[in-house]
Design a protein around this ligand. Structure first.
Ligand SMILES: [Zn+2]
Length: 345
């Protein structure tokens, strides 16, 4: 939605957000967003070192890192930024969920003896999702996506298949390039919300449904700052491809975020820093997908066809679609499944 060179443009009048970054390497920049709070914002156009956003929280006694990023070099970059402002010992590095762009750089934390924190299902889901890719032959892994392009029945379907091939190629290459390191500190639901005392700075780690079945957020209630992971991707169509994505759960989570303080500053999993309008916009996107899909559902359009028929409205034309099959396609398939279930009740 905004110039990717200005990660703070949406919140330029927010006094908490520093205009000058602490460090900017192109692929990501780090800037101060509160007392002891920093955000790492990635710019995909300049490389895949970090890919996702993250950040760190620094108190008098300790620090907490957010995310493992897409490569160990990405995690190392963020650690270097932390060391520019503090020598405090690191309590842990939280993976907000298991997706590889947030977790595959964990190997860096492993080599430094930094505990990796996450939802209890993250370790298993990293292994199940990415070990098969590590051993896979490129042609065999990408073949089904190439076949879909050949078999496409229309230009629209072909374009969607091409976007999926591009996205999956990135995932495949990232998975191949790094040693998998799984979290060694599962945060059991009985521990949540987990209070993290860093010395003059208190963070709360909470779990919400929606994007991946393993989603955690870091809240700093005293400063109204929230690190959301992919439960918020600002200016992007939401990624609904995970087998544990729940569209209804996600919409409920966004409704909860919308009920928080009007001055809440969000560090999204991807996209630029934003306030409540970022939440409102993605809620509108979900409403629009549901509205278009609902009409097709009522008209008896099959799900396989409906997922290609959705049209991005003008007002969301600047929203980034990472790939059709990672975002809009599965959102529609999911909604269809939820509506079918309702009908059967
Ligand atoms: Zn994700």
């Amino acid at each position: 939605m905004t110039d990717s060179a200005q990660p703070f443009a949406d919140v330029a009048d927010d006094a908490r957000v520093s205009e000058t970054p602490l460090v900017d390497k192109g692929f990501a920049s780090v800037r101060k967003i509160g007392n002891g709070l920093y955000a790492t914002i990635s710019d995909l156009s300049k490389g895949n070192t970090t890919v996702c956003n993250g950040g760190f929280l620094v108190g008098w006694d300790a620090a907490l890192l957010v995310e493992g990023f897409a490569t160990p070099a990405g995690a190392s970059f963020q650690m270097d930024a932390l060391r520019m402002v503090s020598q405090a010992p690191v309590k842990g590095a939280l993976n907000t969920h298991h997706h590889l762009d947030h977790s595959i750089g964990n190997a860096f934390h492993g080599t430094r003896g930094i505990e990796v924190w996450a939802h209890p299902a993250v370790a298993r889901r990293i292994v199940d999702s990415y070990t098969p890719l590590q051993g896979a032959d490129r042609a065999a892994a990408l073949g089904p996506f190439e076949k879909r392009m050949k078999d496409a029945k229309s230009e629209v379907e072909r374009a969607h298949a091409q976007s999926d091939l591009n996205a999956f190629t990135t995932v495949f290459e990232l998975a191949k390039a790094s040693v998998l390191t799984v979290p060694n500190r599962p945060l059991d639901s009985s521990e949540l919300p987990k209070k993290v005392e860093l010395g003059g700075l208190t963070a709360m780690i909470e779990s919400y449904p929606g994007h991946s079945g393993t989603d955690m957020v870091v809240c700093v209630p005293e400063q109204n700052v929230v690190y959301t992971g992919d439960l918020l991707v600002n200016g992007w169509y939401p990624a609904c491809l995970d087998e544990k994505t729940t569209v209804s759960g996600w919409r409920a989570t966004l409704k909860t975020f919308a009920s928080w303080d009007k001055d809440t500053l969000f560090v999204p999993g991807h996209g630029q820093l934003c306030g409540q309008h970022g939440i409102a916009a993605v809620r509108e996107v979900f409403d629009d997908i549901a509205e278009q899909a609902g009409k097709m559902f009522k008209a008896g359009v099959p799900a396989e066809e409906a997922q290609h028929r959705y049209v991005v409205p003008k007002k969301f034309k600047n929203f980034f679609v990472f790939s059709w099959g990672f975002t809009i396609g599965p959102a529609i398939t999911q909604l269809y499944a939820e509506w079918r279930e309702k009908k059967l009740e």
